[in-house]
Design a protein. Structure first.
Length: 419
C-alpha cells in the first residue's frame, strides 16, 4: 500500500509522543511516510516536535511542524485531533467551579464537560470544515474530549468523515485480560453506550460468558464500585459511571482532595516539557503515563490501519448510531463495536438497552444534543436547559448559577455568547 501522510492537529500536546510511539511501533504493519504536527503554539511545537523527530528517525518517517492548518491538512490521508481549548488552566476551572455549587467537577462529565464542549465545538467545526475543503479524502480520528459529543457535532454540522475514539474501551479489555491472566485477543465484549457512559453487558473468553467472574469490587476498576452495585447491575461499567452511582462519595473525595486532577497535571506537563527539550531523549518518558491516555496510540494506529488496509476489524468507536441502539435517534453518536474498513465504520446492531441503564443514557444524550445546539447557536437559554438536563445537576437554580459562573470564567473562549 502507499505511504501515508498523518496530520496531527494539536501536535504541541504533551500527549503527542504517545501517538508517535504508536506509529513507530507499528511502522512495519502501517507504512506512515510523513507526519505533520500542527499547533497554534510555535514554542510547544519546537519542544514536542524536537522529541518527535528523534523518535521517528530510526523508522525513517519524515516529521514536520507547522502553525498553518491548511498546510498540515494538504494531501493528508488521516487527521488526528487532540486539542484543548484554553489549555490545562481552563480544565482546572472546569474541575473546580462546579464544586462550589455542590456538583461534581470533571473535565468530560457534568458541568465541566459542558464547559469544555462549549469552548471546543466551534473550533472543531472549523477544523472539520477545513478538512472537508482541503483534504476531503481524509478521515478525522477525533480524540478531543468530550469525544462522543464533539464527534456528533462534526457529523451533524460538517461534511467531514469523522470517527471518535476513546482509550477507555481498550483499557477495559486490558484490565479484564489482566484479571483473567489471558491474552487480549481472547476477550470479546458486548459493549454499549456513549463515550464515558458505557457498559460491557457481557464478557466472553474464548466464547464462554465470564461476566459473573468479573462482578467483584476488586476486579477491572480496582474497587471503584461497590460490590452490591456490580452484582445487582450484572454488567461491567465504564469507570466514569462511578460519578453517577457513587455521587456523594466522589463529591466528598473531590472537595477534600486538595488539588484537582488538572492542577496536578499542570505540574506533570511542566516536567514533561522540560524532559522533551533534552536533546538526548529519543523515546517517550515513563512520566507520560501519569498524563493519562494510556494505550491511546495503540487504539489510534490500529483504527487507522483497519481503514487504510480495509481490514474490516471490529473496534469500539464513537460513530453515528444508525440503528445500532434503537433507543436512540439514528443521527446520535454512540460508543459501540463497529466493523471498520475503507468505507469507514459500520456499527454492529446491539438491540435495546437494559432498563437499568436506558434512562441514564437517554438523559445524557439529551444533554449532549442541547449542548451542541448551545455551542453552535450561542443561545444562553439552551445552555441553561442543557445543564438542567444533566443528571448530576440537581435543580434549575443551580443550573442558572453554574451557567453564570461558567460564562464569566471562560468568556474569552466563548465568543458565540458574547455578541
Amino acid at each position: 500500500m502507499k505511504s501515508l501522510k498523518i496530520a496531527v492537529i494539536g501536535g504541541g500536546s504533551t500527549y503527542t509522543p504517545e501517538l508517535i510511539d504508536g506509529f513507530v511501533r507499528y511502522h512495519q504493519e502501517l507504512p506512515v511516510g510523513r507526519i505533520v504536527l500542527q499547533d497554534i503554539s510555535p514554542q510547544r511545537l519546537e519542544i514536542v516536535g524536537g522529541l518527535a523527530r528523534r523518535m521517528v528517525q530510526a523508522a525513517g518517517i519524515e516529521l514536520c511542524t507547522t502553525v498553518d492548518r491548511a498546510e498540515a491538512l494538504d494531501e493528508a490521508d488521516f487527521v488526528v485531533a487532540q486539542l484543548r481549548v484554553g489549555g490545562m488552566a481552563a480544565r482546572a476551572l472546569d474541575e473546580r467551579l462546579p464544586l462550589e455549587y455542590g456538583v461534581i467537577g470533571q473535565e468530560t462529565t457534568g458541568p465541566g464537560g459542558f464547559a469544555k464542549a462549549l469552548r471546543t465545538v466551534p473550533v472543531m467545526l472549523e477544523i472539520a470544515r477545513d478538512i472537508a475543503r482541503v483534504a476531503p479524502q481524509a478521515w478525522l480520528i477525533n480524540f478531543t474530549n468530550p469525544a462522543g459529543l464533539i464527534t456528533e457535532a462534526i457529523l451533524r454540522h460538517t461534511g467531514a468523515k469523522a470517527i471518535g475514539l476513546c482509550n477507555v474501551p481498550i483499557n477495559m479489555v486490558r484490565s479484564i485480560a489482566q484479571t483473567l491472566n489471558v491474552e487480549l485477543k481472547r476477550i470479546e465484549l458486548d459493549y454499549v453506550g456513549l463515550d464515558h457512559l458505557s457498559w460491557a453487558r457481557r464478557v466472553w473468553l474464548d466464547g464462554e460468558d465470564v461476566t459473573g467472574r468479573l462482578l467483584h469490587s476488586d476486579t477491572v476498576w480496582g474497587g471503584a464500585f461497590s460490590e452490591s452495585f456490580l452484582q445487582q447491575l450484572g454488567m461491567i461499567p465504564n469507570y466514569y459511571i462511578r460519578y453517577f452511582v457513587h455521587t456523594d462519595q466522589v463529591l466528598a473525595e473531590m472537595k477534600n482532595g486538595g488539588s484537582t486532577r488538572a492542577e496536578y497535571l499542570q505540574e506533570v506537563e511542566a516536567d514533561l516539557l522540560e524532559m522533551y527539550a533534552d536533546p538526548s531523549l529519543a523515546k517517550k518518558p515513563e512520566l507520560l503515563d501519569e498524563r493519562g491516555g494510556a494505550y491511546y496510540s495503540t487504539a489510534a494506529v490500529e483504527l487507522i490501519r483497519s481503514i487504510a488496509q480495509d481490514r474490516r476489524d471490529v473496534h469500539i468507536v464513537n460513530v453515528r448510531n444508525n440503528h445500532a441502539l434503537p433507543d436512540l435517534a439514528p443521527e446520535s453518536v454512540v460508543e459501540v463495536p463497529a466493523v471498520i474498513g475503507k468505507s469507514g465504520p459500520h456499527p454492529v446492531t446491539a438491540g435495546r438497552l437494559p432498563a437499568s441503564i436506558r434512562g441514564l443514557v437517554a438523559s445524557v444524550k439529551a444533554f449532549e444534543e442541547l449542548t451542541i445546539e448551545a455551542a453552535v447557536t450561542g443561545n444562553e437559554d439552551t445552555a441553561r436547559l442543557a445543564l438542567l438536563s444533566h443528571p448530576l445537576v440537581p435543580s434549575w437554580d443551580i443550573a442558572v448559577a453554574l451557567w453564570d459562573a461558567i460564562k464569566a470564567a471562560h468568556i474569552q473562549y466563548l465568543p458565540q455568547f458574547n455578541q
